[in-house]
Design a protein around this ligand. Structure first.
Ligand code: HAM
Length: 415
């Protein structure tokens, strides 16, 4: 029997209901904040990610679904959406005025990752990117949007974990201090970290190996090496978060796995997922638009892992509140025709309804109704047709009544 590809799964039932509920909530909240949707292709040219996410990142190094297409182009199934959104915004000249441009997206991403709980090779992100504003106020506004989004989903106990990674210009000071620190205890770090200290020292802070994390004890802190403007920016953001009552902690090891960040980097952690797992991550990326060939426009954004968020919500709340449609059971050929006519009127009036079209015995249909949790069953047989009624059975109480056919629509629309 054919199986889905490892790390890729089918979505249906409760999990998909959570996906849909989360997506609807995202659209409602983000559009309230002035964000508009953007959809970019799944395939992008390799260069888009090499130059943005970075050649020293694990994503580009180890995790991309990358191939040559029939036309000889080197393409990648997007491992994330920020680079694609930036590419699209440049290509369509959307960043040419000084006005802020606000986008959100929802869609699948692909990373050839090692399998663990809540980690997939096809996973889904909901993200938001804001272009054109360099201030900490723009970041606070974006985090407030996230906070209302989580609140509307009924998740309350979340913590923003924040750091500043400075600017490329101010980083050499930190790199020097950090390389000296590394050299003193180099034998305690893994092989990958030895490569990282050469190509991008910040990546060492991000190493997932426990012994490397232990060896980092007492490491030089980036926020001690910030240029004056970045330090002011960081202090202002913290003051705003405090003023707005958004809970946060500072994490000096938070550097994120992508190379494009400048100044603010952040994640949101959920205790329900286990210590390592971030529900979302993001930050400022002021140099990326220019790096990919666009104007010098600052930017800030984040992406939520939809799979993980759905998992947490399912753990906390169980199923999404939903009522299965009512079930209309016709008995006999004459009723089968009339049932379809009645169903059409009900659907047109907006009533959620399924029709039993298999024919056969009432008992079998009632057993299905019980199994699937149907709450209202309508029965239409010759007796009902002659009397101009429909028999309505309320499954929770077992109570049964006859409704005049002419009143069925009005009564079901009301319930
Ligand atoms: P990221 O941290 O690589 O950032 O991914 C964001 C979120 O996607 C993670 O926090 C996690 O919840 C989810 N995620 C990542 N990989 C997987 C996976 N294999 N399975 C399940 N969930 C996963 C970015 O992608 C940036 N583009 C975020 C951003 C937007 N920065 C600025 N704007």
């Amino acid at each position: 029997m054919a199986q889905s590809v490892k790390g890729m799964r089918d979505l249906f039932g409760t999990e998909l209901r959570w996906f849909q509920h989360i997506e609807e909530t995202a659209r409602r909240v983000f559009e309230r904040h002035g964000y508009g949707e953007i959809r970019t292709p799944i395939l992008e040219e390799l260069e888009v990610f090499k130059r943005s996410v970075g050649e020293s990142s694990d994503i580009v190094n180890k995790e991309m679904y990358q191939f040559t297409d029939k036309g000889g182009r080197e393409v990648v199934m997007r491992p994330e959406n920020t680079a694609g959104v930036v590419r699209a915004a440049i290509q369509h000249k959307l960043l040419t005025s000084s006005d802020p441009v606000l986008f959100y997206y929802i869609g699948p991403q692909f990373r050839y990752e090692r399998m663990q709980a809540g980690r997939y090779r096809q996973f889904y992100q909901i993200g938001a990117e804001s272009f054109g504003v360099a201030t900490p106020e723009a970041e606070a506004e974006s985090l407030l949007m996230l906070h209302s989004f989580f609140t509307e989903l009924g998740l309350k106990h979340l913590l923003f974990s924040i750091n500043s990674v400075g600017t490329p210009e101010s980083r050499p000071g930190f790199h020097a201090a950090f390389r000296a620190f590394f050299a003193e205890r180099a034998d305690r770090f893994c092989e990958d970290c030895h490569r990282r200290i050469e190509t991008n020292p910040l990546r060492v802070l991000d190493c997932k190996i426990e012994t490397c994390q232990a060896a980092l004890e007492g490491h030089p802190v980036i926020t001690d090496h910030l240029d004056e403007a970045s330090a002011k920016h960081h202090a202002r953001l913290k003051a705003l978060l405090t003023e707005l009552g958004l809970p946060f902690e500072e994490n000096s090891r938070l550097v994120r796995g992508l190379d494009y960040y400048t100044r603010t980097a952040f994640e949101v952690l959920s205790a329900d997922l286990g210590a390592q797992s971030a529900l979302l991550g993001g930050g400022r990326y002021d140099g990326l638009v220019k790096l990919l060939g666009g104007p010098d426009v600052p930017a800030f954004g984040w992406a939520i892992g939809l799979d993980r968020l759905a998992m947490v919500l399912q753990q906390v709340h169980g199923d999404v509140p939903h009522t299965p449609p009512a079930l209309l059971i016709p008995l006999g050929v004459r009723a089968a025709t009339e049932a379809l006519k009645l169903a059409r009127t009900l659907w047109d009036a907006g009533v959620a309804l399924q029709v039993e079209t298999r024919g056969g015995a009432l008992k079998k249909a009632m057993t299905s109704a019980n199994r699937t949790g149907v709450q209202t069953v309508l029965i239409l047989g010759d007796g009902e047709l002659d009397a101009g009624t429909v028999t309505v059975k309320h499954m929770a109480t077992g109570e049964q009544e006859a409704w005049p056919l002419g009143e069925v629509v009005a009564r079901l629309v009301k319930s």
